[in-house]
Design a protein around this ligand. Structure first.
Ligand code: OAD
Length: 317
């Protein structure tokens, strides 16, 4: 089945340290995935409302449809106009590298993608950082430098407009580590995979704004220790940020939109299933159907810079 990226959720002390992580499997990974998940499930019970992710991943791996449209979901026509009954009030939007592709930033997968030139294991894992910090810094320093050469596009601008004008709850969850959403003006935004413009000191655990190259000799602005500052990026094997906040938003969402993401990396790829499970209408906008395409009520194929402004116009009409 090729490369597989699978989520896991680890139960910590009384659930207080529970979190998600990213994992990769190579080759024919089904047996490995199931064994891995069974190992986790056998190790710990996963209680609580927000702990359905493991079960949903198992369902996905076993190709069981977990989406359960509610009666309202089936009955509701696809209408956004808040003046005609507010069918949709709370929105969660997931974005991926495809939304920034129209600004000139490379995506990860496919021809000329970032993972074509680099192995994930060499630049995007804690082990890689321990083994060869120089290579890892070079990779992220180059990507940080590239930010200065690009601008938000019409899709970022449209989401910022939606954020500013939508009267209900709204959360933009981006997997992107670029800063194009905020430069376009988005406020209700979180970066679940970290940010290129943030540094994290392993000596004092502070996070801070970082611009320019970081390199191995960077000094922490908080504790002044040198050589312990790393990119504030979630690597494979680490926990994505803000999962609890994301799950809470999904539980309230009645509209979920996924934009420019391949659906290859969990837990981000599983958000659509949570959204559906909670009764949200789910739409994807992408160049091609994502790996989780079957979970969406509606798919619009094309470039984000064209699809997203039109969709936002619909929502705000
Ligand atoms: P991918 O590179 O996996 O997928 C990008 C998606 O965007 C693909 O499905 C493309 O077809 C689509 N696409 C490309 N250009 C587009 C355009 N102009 N308009 C609309 N869609 C377009 O990137 P992600 O799904 O974001 O994680 O990758 C998810 C995660 O995998 C990343 O956050 C990163 C990576 O490993 C970490 O580094 C932890």
């Amino acid at each position: 089945m090729g490369d597989r990226f699978v989520a896991f959720r680890l139960a910590g002390d009384a659930g207080a340290n529970a979190g998600h992580g990213l994992a990769t499997f190579r080759g024919d990974g089904l047996a490995a995935i199931v064994a891995f998940l069974c190992g986790l499930a056998g190790g710990q019970a996963l209680p609580g409302r927000g702990d359905g992710i493991l079960h949903r991943v198992v369902d996905l791996v076993l190709n069981r449809a977990v989406a359960r449209p509610t009666a309202g979901h089936v009955a509701s026509p696809y209408r956004f106009n808040i003046g005609r009954g507010m069918e949709f009030r709370n929105i969660v939007i997931l974005t991926g590298a495809g939304i920034s592709a129209d600004s000139g930033l490379a995506t990860f997968r496919g021809a000329d993608g970032l993972w074509e030139g680099h192995r994930v294991e060499d630049v995007a894992t804690p082990e890689a950082y321990r083994r060869d910090p120089q290579l890892v810094h070079q990779f992220y320093d180059a990507r940080r430098a590239r930010l200065g050469a690009v601008e938000p596009n019409a899709a970022h601008a449209a989401l910022a407009r939606l954020d500013a004008e939508w009267p209900g709850e709204l959360l933009i969850v981006t997997q992107n580590v670029d800063d194009l959403h905020e430069r376009a003006g988005a406020k209700r935004l979180l970066h679940m995979h970290g940010e290129l413009t943030s540094g994290w000191c392993l000596a004092c655990d502070e996070r801070f704004l970082w611009q320019g190259p970081m390199g191995e000799k960077a000094s922490c602005p908080a504790c002044q220790v040198t050589g312990q500052v790393r990119p504030d990026i979630v690597w494979f094997g680490e926990m994505p940020y803000d999962m609890e906040r994301i799950e809470r938003a999904l539980q309230n969402a009645d509209l979920f939109a996924s934009i420019g993401t391949s659906g290859a990396v969990y837990p981000a790829a599983g958000l659509v299933q949570t959204a559906r499970y909670c009764g949200a209408h789910c739409i994807e906008m992408n160049l091609e159907p994502s790996q989780g395409s079957i979970f969406f009520d509606e798919s619009r194929m094309g470039r984000a810079k064209e699809l997203v402004p039109a969709w936002v116009d619909d929502v705000l009409a």
